[in-house]
Design a protein around this ligand. Structure first.
Ligand SMILES: Nc1nc2c(ncn2[C@@H]2O[C@H](COP(=O)(O)OP(=O)(O)OP(=O)(O)O)[C@@H](O)[C@H]2O)c(=O)[nH]1
Ligand SMILES: [Mg+2]
Length: 629
């Protein structure tokens, strides 16, 4: 079974019940700091593991609603898959409801639920007013279509319905693709006694494994992953979309803080001059002069910088798609397509947000020439556009690609030709797939198999259908099948009876239980033709019940036993010597009575042994006698 992981973020005005709702859903109080308890407000983002079903695990990020803690709010919701916008029924839409709403829109969060809390405190008339208030806020935005739920988080009224809604929405949410190179903005750093430094964050891109070497930027600080946790459970690997805690060795930890980014080596450099496309919010009423000082937020970082405009000398509210640049006081890690927010330092207010066009901008002149240049950078070269689209969706048929990219046929063909010949995309069956998708799927297949073999060493492997299905939300099953065939062809993977396994792997006793499992077999051999129930022998060795069935299956599969009844298994050795014994002491045929005299065993065991011999083709039964074949 493949577990899907998502991160759910809270948002909303102070005291509207985000922390109480987090607790009603997950059972966990995220306000753990002394100061949070004393002031009865959230100060730092809090995280609560929140498994919804066996194969759907989430973490809730609870953020502060205080107007002075917007930075923590932005860091908390960076990278979430679904937002719960919390609005208290007795107060309705308030300033930080609006501000958080705008921030979420600028960050491009497109899935969510509006949760009206404190529904126990309002009557029907009030309820209608709140609904109107909310619709006015969300009008003409993606939030307009979000479902709305009324809950009382104290008595838990409406909480079960909300859980089902979350499950429903996440079911159709594609898991973030783990393509690309690993990147995780750090939102929390702490030390665990005896273990060292742990950093926490939401994985933005890519995947990592225990033992991987990474870099903390800025600072180019080399580190190694000692241990990994995802949603508070020990794991071997973590991937995009998951809340991860990484125990790191090496590096100068004292310099790290929220906003630093953990990345794969030799991929990301840091930058302080970033080209942007910016939109300003409706809620912000002021104006901003050319080269004003702003706070720039991206990922979990907050850095001061100057906003440079190229087609105006003043920024107004409610404007769309302004091409501009930020020059930061400190370097950060960012990438084309990343979302950002800018705020005014004083008075503090959210001005707007948008997308990074080019993380490595340079100095440009004021005027339309620069605007044109930034605009074409924004749209990207044909190669960038094809790659971007394929990276986003994983795979596409050429027809689908044509339809969604809107590029002249000749240019598209030329671009595809170029990408195919340099190997950055591939044609697999009827699909165009980017090389990073191919690598990602291969990496994941190997990773799954490795984990599976170490966890279930008695089993042959993972059913092929299960592997194919586990990538269902990412690419067409035909592609996974083809890639599996490739792994078989290059001998890294073998498929035995529809079970996929690493070629060098052979089922074996788990190390921890090897001795006791071997004892079970010795006891079976010694019991010769009259063994006890397998379950009894197994239990007497104090082996874990959970492994019983696969142990039994393993013995049968490896032909070390012969099944007489469901629970009575004879050692292969005992069975074979019984056959041998009978062969020596009989002629061409024999009766049950003959066999009883020769084998000295009771009818209870004798009949199934003889039937076993028929089944294995040694003998044929003809009424009362058996003939040797
Ligand atoms: N009656 C009632 N009270 C609620 C409900 N939800 C929250 N409260 C109360 O409202 C107060 C504030 O709740 P919190 O959950 O701390 O609010 P918050 O949104 O997390 O606040 P910040 O983190 O500071 O932004 C607490 O006293 C809660 O007990 C509800 O559904 N019904
Ligand atoms: Mg709170």
């Amino acid at each position: 079974m493949t577990i899907k992981y998502y991160t759910i973020g809270m948002a909303g005005h102070i005291d509207h019940g985000k922390t109480t709702l987090t607790k009603a859903l997950s059972g966990i109080d995220t306000d753990t700091l002394k100061e949070e308890k004393a002031r009865k407000i959230t100060i730092e983002p809090g995280f609560a593991p929140f498994p919804l079903t066996n194969d759907l695990h989430t973490s809730i990020v609870d953020v502060p609603g205080h107007e002075k803690l917007i930075r923590q709010m932005i860091a908390g919701v960076a990278g979430i898959d679904l937002v719960l916008l919390v609005i208290a029924g007795d107060e309705g839409v308030m300033p930080q409801t609006r501000e958080h709403f705008e921030i979420l829109s600028f960050l491009g969060i497109e899935k969510g639920i509006i949760v009206v809390t404190k529904s126990d405190l309002i009557d029907d008339e009030m309820r209608l007013l709140v609904e109107e208030d909310i619709l006015e806020l969300t009008n003409s935005s993606v939030f307009e279509h979000f479902p709305m739920h009324f809950v009382d988080s104290v008595s838990s009224a409406g909480i079960e319905e909300l859980k089902s809604e979350i499950t429903n929405l996440l079911k159709d949410t594609p898991v973030k693709s783990s393509q690309g190179t690993f990147r995780m903005p750090i939102d929390h750093i702490f030390t665990v006694k005896g273990q060292g430094t742990v950093v926490r964050g939401t994985v933005y891109e890519g995947e990592v494994q225990e033992g991987d070497e990474l870099i903390v930027q800025p600072g180019n600080d080399k580190v190694k992953i000692r241990k990994l946790q995802v949603h508070k459970q020990d794991v071997h690997a973590a991937r995009a979309g998951q809340r991860a805690a990484l125990n790191l060795s090496g590096g100068s930890k004292a310099d790290w803080k929220r906003g630093h980014v953990l990345v794969e080596p030799n991929v990301y450099s840091t930058t302080d001059t970033i080209d942007l496309v910016l939109s300003t919010g409706e809620g912000w009423k002021g104006k901003l002069k050319q080269r004003s000082l702003v706070k720039f937020y991206s990922g979990t970082s907050e850095v001061m910088g100057k906003l440079v405009l190229f087609d105006r000398n003043e920024l107004d509210n409610n404007e769309d798609q302004i091409y501009c640049q930020v020059r930061l006081d400190q370097e950060i890690v960012t990438k084309r397509g990343d979302r950002f927010i800018i705020r005014r330092p004083s008075p503090e207010e959210t001005i707007g947000g948008g997308e990074v066009i080019d993380p490595n901008g340079s100095v440009y002149r004021f005027g339309t020439e620069t605007i044109e240049r930034l605009k074409s950078k924004h749209e990207g070269t044909p190669v960038e556009r094809v790659q971007q689209l394929l990276n986003k969706v994983g795979s596409m048929s050429e027809r689908e690609l044509k339809r969604s990219i809107g590029m002249e046929e000749e240019i598209l063909q030329h671009t595809l030709g170029e990408l195919l010949s340099e190997g950055s995309i591939e044609q697999i069956q009827d699909y165009l797939v980017s090389d990073s998708t191919v690598q990602h799927i291969k990496f994941n297949i190997m990773n799954k198999l490795q984990n599976f073999h170490s966890e279930y060493s008695l089993r042959q492997g993972i059913p092929k259908a299960e592997i194919v299905q586990s990538f269902q939300s990412e690419v067409n099953p035909k592609i996974v099948n083809s890639l599996l065939e490739r792994c078989v062809a290059d001998s890294t993977v073998t498929i035995t009876d529809q079970f996929v396994h690493l070629s060098h792997f052979k089922p074996h006793y788990p190390e921890k239980w090897a001795k006791r499992m071997a004892n079970v077999l010795t006891i079976l051999v010694e019991a010769q033709l009259e063994p006890d129930d397998l379950q009894n022998i197994y239990n007497a060795q104090q082996l874990p019940e959970a492994l019983y069935h696969e142990f039994k299956y393993y013995l049968l599969k490896t032909n070390q036993v012969v099944m007489l009844f469901d629970e009575i298994l004879l050692s292969r050795k005992a069975f074979d010597s019984a056959v041998e014994n009978l062969r020596i002491h009989t002629d061409s045929s024999f009766t049950v009575q003959d066999a009883k005299t020769i084998l000295h065993t009771s009818r209870k065991f004798l009949i199934p042994i003889l039937e076993g011999m028929d089944a294995e083709g040694y003998t044929i039964r003809e009424s009362n006698v058996r003939k040797w074949v």
